[in-house]
Design a protein around this ligand. Sequence first.
Ligand code: MG
Ligand code: MG
Length: 611
Amino acid sequence: MRRSIATVSLSGSLADKLTAIGGAGFDGVEIFENDLLVSGLSPEDVRRRAADLGLAIELYQPFRDFEAVPPDTLADGLRRAEHKFAVMERLGVTRMLVCSSVSRAAIDDDALAAEQLWLLAERAAEHGIRIAYEALAWGRHVSDYFHAWKIVRMADHPNLGVCLDSFHILARDVDPYAIRTIPGEKIFFLQLADAPSLPMDVLYWSRHYRCFPGQGDLDVAGLVAHVLRTGYDGPLSLEVFNDIFRQAASMRTAQDAMRSLIALEEQVGLRMGRTVTSLSSPPPPVVPTGFAFAEVAAPSMGALGTLLDALGFARTGAHSGKPVELWEQGAARVLVNSGSTESPDGPALGAIGLESPDPAASVKRAEALLSPVLPRMRGPHDAPLDAVAAPDGTEVFFCRTARPDHPSWIDDFSEDRRSAGSAGEITHIDHVALTQPWHHFDEASLFYRSVLGLRPHESLELPDPYGLMRSRAVSTEDGAVRVALNVANVSAYDGSHDLAWQHIAFASRDIVATARRFRAAGASMLSIPENYYDDLVARYDLGPERHRLLRELNLLYDRDEQGEFLHFYTGTTGRVFFEIVQRIGGYRGYGAVNAPVRLAAQHVRPRHRSD
Ligand code: MG
Ligand code: MG
């Protein structure tokens, strides 16, 4: 399929946008009229530049408030159209988007709308231009695609067809199935956007929260499958209005956009049983089976070692060629890297290792989805280790720790490795929580979903003392790999609050014992206010003994239909803290209900620094 994107989806000048779009490998572009109006480039310049970048100009948009109007207004509309046609000829574009009228002057009369659109199409035909009529979700009289199609059918002009836009269709919860009844050649254009499900006014939602397919909650792939079944063979074109994308670097957004289309095409192909061969099919995702390790970059051990020690971890090895220490307990492994570049904030989570059944295939998948593969930095005897960079800069390694047929990274730590069977109760890494820079949140969630094949969970907004924190978890079906992605609201990054925390959560088979051990070692635990425990008694009847224990050990509590969740937090060192969790029964969440308590407590707690 041809891949296209609207210039309005990116930040910068029109010239910047075209360069970014061409650089990301798109085949075409929609020129958003406003981008042209504010540009110093003439239409001929734009045409030349697009051609140089290998971009076809697929669409000129939008032409507004044309149809179903009184005669004098119609004359004005046709006059406006002639001007646009002239600009389009200079640009070399032959398709114009007309969106359904939002004007108060518009009359609720389909026959009149059809008659006037016929006239417009007739004029357009003289210039070799075709009109794609789009139902805006907030159109005055025409707000659903099937209504737009009804009018186009009534008008019955070869130069008039519909433009389908996934946002306008799915945002209104209109069933897209009837798309199949529209002949493919009458679908003149297909615009794609996703959006997170937010209960808000559809116009506001559209203008500010659209995102690329796979980043939100709409079933864009399902809609595209319906469209392709009609025989539509035009481009798949992204049209996204988003406050964040408008500010982010255009090159990066264009790459992210391209990744979303590759992943989308794959999804559509799976839906359609690969009957459309023009859809891209990257190598299938290799779903990780667990965490191999989490790596903390720490200039010096200091508080980090104290915390790990108090949790029952043992230092079991040092890397033979690099200043990296291995700490283990059960199957939970933490690498402490003191050789990485000095971080001004002290320790930070720099990498995660994921167990992959086929690390080389994991990397191929990542490459196909445009993730930067990191150069291997290893000594002559080190095991091969494949890694890619996540959008927030976290390095993601693909490992095969315990397979005898594959050289293992852990052998590089062989020299002074003792038995990892320490006395502690911690069994493995339950999840990692990564704070995303606010403008990379959607990109990160698409990365984890598409590259690693993780499933997205519900997106949450959690109150923080200084604003709202957005949080979304992604995990494997069985929960073996769970990653919580958090983004602090923008004000958190003004320097006065430091919310860019990351944490590693360890699973304990006996959290009470772990908490007691930790406290006995004198290490710093996050203290939870008494009010929390008073309220917990009101919420749950757990018996006096259990309530006393939770209060005494600063344990937080949650439950769902499947089971219970107990957790506590250590103090913070640099940007990192640890969480200890115990899942009882089939509890699947992350204790999100307790996150506001945790965030508030972290604001009052003095931070431990190692430097
Ligand atoms: Mg549109
Ligand atoms: Mg957590």
